[in-house]
Design a protein around this ligand. Structure first.
Ligand SMILES: *[C@@H]1O[C@H](CO)[C@@H](O)[C@H](O)[C@H]1NC(C)=O
Ligand SMILES: *[C@@H]1O[C@H](CO)[C@@H](O)[C@H](O)[C@H]1NC(C)=O
Length: 329
C-alpha cells in the first residue's frame, strides 16, 4: 500500500519535471559580467550603490544615473579606488531625474551607450518609500512614488529594450519590495507603486522572452540604506511593529542575491527566509525560470497560505490594538 503510494508520487514528480522541461521551460543562459555594460539608476546610494560595486568588481563597465552630482562623483571615485582587482574598466555617471520625461532619459542613455556600448544589464534601483495612513498621506506623495518607482523604471526600460531585442541579449532588473508582494498598514502609496512593477515585469517578460532578454524582479526586505533611515522618521507605529518580524538586511547581502539572480536569469529574486516564504506563496502566474523553485511552489502553496492567514491575523490584531491605544476605538 505504502509502496504503491510512493511509486505514484515518484511517477507524478517525474511526469511533472519532464512536462515542465519539455513544454514550459526555456532555461536562461548564464550571464557573464566581464566586459559588459551595466547601467544602474539610483546607483549612488543604497542597494544601487552596492550593486554598482559588485558589478564593477565582476568586471563590468558601469554607468550610474542619479540626481545628485556630488554623490555620483563620490561613488565613481569610491568604485575606482576600492576595486584593486579591476583596472581596465570604466565608471561613468550622468545626473538626471528619471521620473520626469522619457525623451530626456532616452537622450542620456543614448549618450551612455555611445561611450560604453549598448547596455547589457539595466538595473532600475532608483526608488523611495513613504509610509503613512491614507488620511495622512498627500495625494502628491502617491504621484511622486508612482513617478519614480514605476514610471522611472518604465522610462529607462523603454530606452534600452529595442537594442536588447535586436542583439538577442540583455537583462532588465526591476527592484520591487516585499511590500510589492503583500500590502501592509501604512503602505497604500508605496505598495501601489511596487505592485505595479510586478504587472510591468510579467507582461514585459512575455514580450521579450523569444529574444533571449530576461527580466529579473527583486523583492528585497527592509534594508539598511539612507532611504530606509529617511522612511523610518515618519513610519507609523503599526507599520514598524508589523515589519519588525522581517528584520533589517544588509545592502551588500541583498545586492549579492540580485547579482546571482542576474547571472541565472531568475525572474523572481527573493532574500531571506520571509522572502522565500512570500515568493513561493505569491508566485501565482509568474514566469518560471527555476525548476527547484517551481517544484517547491507546486507542493507548498496550500500550506503557505495557511501560514499567511495566521500572520495576517496577528497583523490585524496589532492594528486594532494601536487604534485602541490611541482611543480611536
Ligand atoms: C569594458 O571593460 C573591458 C574589460 O572588462 C574593457 O576591455 C573594455 O575596453 C571596456 N569597454 C569600454 C567601452 O570602455
Ligand atoms: C534555483 O533556485 C535554487 C534555490 O531555490 C538555487 O539554489 C539554484 O541555484 C537555482 N538554480 C538556477 C539554475 O538558477
Amino acid at each position: 500500500m505504502l509502496y504503491s503510494f510512493l511509486l505514484a508520487i515518484f511517477m507524478f514528480l517525474f511526469i511533472f519535471v519532464y512536462f515542465i522541461k519539455l513544454f514550459l521551460f526555456k532555461f536562461p543562459k548564464k550571464f557573464h559580467f566581464p566586459g559588459s555594460h551595466v547601467l544602474i539608476t539610483g546607483g549612488s546610494s543604497g542597494i544601487g550603490r552596492s550593486l554598482a560595486e559588485q558589478a564593477f568588481k565582476l568586471g563590468a563597465n558601469v554607468t550610474l544615473l542619479a540626481r545628485d552630482v556630488e554623490k555620483l562623483a563620490e561613488t565613481q571615485k569610491y568604485l575606482l579606488e576600492h576595486s584593486k582587482t579591476n583596472k581596465k574598466n570604466t565608471v561613468q555617471y550622468f545626473s538626471v531625474d528619471i521620473s520626469r520625461n522619457y525623451d530626456e532619459v532616452n537622450d542620456i542613455i543614448k549618450q551612455a551607450e555611445s561611450k560604453l556600448g549598448p547596455v547589457d544589464v539595466l538595473i532600475n534601483s532608483a526608488g523611495f518609500s513613504v509610509a503613512g495612513s491614507l488620511e495622512d498621506l498627500h495625494v502628491d506623495q502617491f504621484k511622486k512614488l508612482m513617478d519614480l518607482n514605476y514610471l522611472g523604471s518604465v522610462h529607462c526600460t523603454k530606452a534600452v529594450i529595442g537594442q536588447m531585442k535586436a542583439r538577442r541579449r540583455g537583462r532588465i532588473v526591476l527592484i520591487s519590495s516585499q511590500a510589492g508582494q503583500v500590502g501592509l498598514y501604512g503602505y497604500s502609496a508605496y505598495s501601489g507603486s511596487k505592485f505595479a512593477l510586478r504587472g510591468f515585469a510579467e507582461s514585459l517578460q512575455m514580450e521579450v522572452l523569444p529574444y533571449n532578454v530576461h527580466v529579473c524582479l527583486a523583492f528585497p526586505p527592509d534594508t539598511k540604506t539612507p532611504g530606509y533611515d529617511e522612511e523610518m522618521k515618519n513610519k507609523p507605529l503599526e507599520t514598524k511593529l508589523i515589519s519588525e518580524s522581517s528584520g533589517l538586511h544588509d545592502s551588500s547581502d541583498v545586492a549579492k542575491k540580485i547579482i546571482q539572480g542576474i547571472v541565472d536569469g531568475t525572474f523572481s529574486i527573493y532574500i531571506g527566509l520571509e522572502g522565500f516564504f512570500m515568493n513561493h506563496l505569491t508566485a501565482g502566474f509568474s514566469p518560471t525560470t527555476n525548476l527547484t523553485d517551481t517544484f517547491i511552489q507546486v507542493f507548498s502553496m496550500g500550506l503557505l497560505r495557511m501560514v499567511s492567514v495566521i500572520y495576517l491575523s496577528t497583523f490585524n490584531k496589532i492594528v486594532r490594538n494601536c487604534a485602541v491605544n490611541k482611543k480611536l476605538l
